[in-house]
Design a protein around this ligand. Sequence first.
Ligand SMILES: [Zn+2]
Length: 53
Amino acid sequence: MGGMTDATDATRTEARADCVLCGEPSEYPESTRGATYCPVCEWQEAQRQACSG
Ligand SMILES: [Zn+2]
């Protein structure tokens, strides 16, 4: 299992986009388009949309 670690490290160390609400690292890579949310804010946004109206 040697020689293939470079590719794995590249994906593991890929920079994460910051949450647009609280600034915490999100689960999404920086290359993600649009707004990115951390797990907490993503959940809160889902709740907000579910309760809208
Ligand atoms: Zn957040």
